[in-house]
Design a protein around this ligand. Structure first.
Ligand SMILES: [Zn+2]
Ligand SMILES: [Zn+2]
Length: 189
């Protein structure tokens, strides 16, 4: 676990590092690193199949800090229609404006979660952008992933993946209905 803490601290940028010209960061992180920072997310099933590419630029304007950047990686997801796994490239560009937050400004009745604080504020003389990267990764993962726009899903009767060809359930339905008509036939005449 100590390795993780060390890794994350590299995304803590000191204000004095954000010079007039701005602070730039370009790096890539391993699949294990990304998995670690989203390890508490249990309601979506995904796994990373590519390293994470991170490009970040920070600049200062008065007391605000602007963080712009891009992340890119790829995941495998399970299609909600056909239940097959498929891979999806993820890419997101983002921009945050962080305001300084002084602890004494926080009133006791203000219920601000840690995520809120991480997203829109910074405290002290440094900014940890790891929560921003984490947020962007999670936002770029679709909640209802489809392997393709035209995914045909599975047959509700036999469970066959209809993208791989038609099953024979429909044929049985047709046969049955023809049979029903034949049965009625003698009574009409
Ligand atoms: Zn599908
Ligand atoms: Zn079927």
């Amino acid at each position: 676990m100590s390795g993780t803490v060390k890794d994350q601290s590299e995304f803590t940028i000191r204000l004095d590092e954000i010079e007039e010209a701005g602070y730039r960061l370009a790096c890539s992180k391993s699949k294990a690193w990304i998995s670690e920072i989203v390890s508490d997310v249990k309601d979506i099933s995904f796994s990373f199949i590519d390293d994470l590419i991170i490009q970040v630029e920070c600049s200062k304007s008065g007391k605000s800090i602007m963080v712009s950047g891009m992340i890119a990686t790829a995941v495998t997801l399970r299609c909600v229609r056909c239940l097959d796994e498929f891979s999806l490239p993820l890419r997101a560009t983002f921009h945050y404006t962080l305001s300084p937050l002084h602890k004494k400004e926080l009133l006791p009745e203000m219920e601000i979660s840690k995520e809120d604080l991480d997203g829109a504020y910074y405290q002290g003389d440094s900014v940890d952008i790891t929560p921003l990267i984490r947020e962007q990764i999670l936002l770029s993962i679709p909640l209802y992933p489809h392997c393709q726009e035209s995914c045909k899903g599975i047959c509700p009767r036999c469970g066959a993946n209809l993208n791989q060809g038609v099953c024979h359930c429909d044929e049985k339905v047709v046969t049955t209905s023809k049979f029903e008509k034949l049965k009625k036939f003698p009574f009409k005449h």
